[in-house]
Design a protein around this ligand. Sequence first.
Ligand SMILES: C[C@@H](O)[C@H](N)C(=O)N[C@H]1[C@@H](O)[C@H](n2cnc3c(N)ncnc32)O[C@@H]1CO
Length: 147
Amino acid sequence: MRMLLIHSDYLEYEVKDKALKKPEEISEEQKKGRLEEVLAAFISVEKVDEQNPEEVVEKAVKEIEDVASQVKTKNIFVYPFAHLSSELGSPDIALKILKEIEEKLKEKGYNVKRAPFGYYKAFKLSCKGHPLAELSRTIIPGEAKKE
Ligand SMILES: C[C@@H](O)[C@H](N)C(=O)N[C@H]1[C@@H](O)[C@H](n2cnc3c(N)ncnc32)O[C@@H]1CO
């Protein structure tokens, strides 16, 4: 899994078009979303993650919690982003993993939104620009590398 973490004044998105034949079914309300004072987690789920999805979910949640506590926010945006890897995992497993990450963070008391899966989306982001505002993480079953 490849994760780009951006601490931002806000993140807002608007669903435009289908990017998969069968994107995630969404309600009218989910076609737009916004969070303020947010840690945005742009996530590409990779093929290697399919070897142990549970472990990858656990490690991703830990990395996100770690950064969220450093930048002092409880607002997390889980954002499916197929542009951080050339070894993308299958959409079915990717969606499952992203939903799991969302659920686990909610269980831990975070205010979480997840952008819809399988769509082209317009988005606006306002990176805060402090030293911890732009981070990336690579998570591989069995180890997590920090960059
Ligand atoms: C397109 C761009 O504007 C938008 N932001 C986009 O990326 N859309 C992606 C993800 O929502 C999702 N998706 C499919 N496979 C994956 C994967 N392995 N990991 C994450 N997302 C995936 O399916 C869409 C097409 O790849």
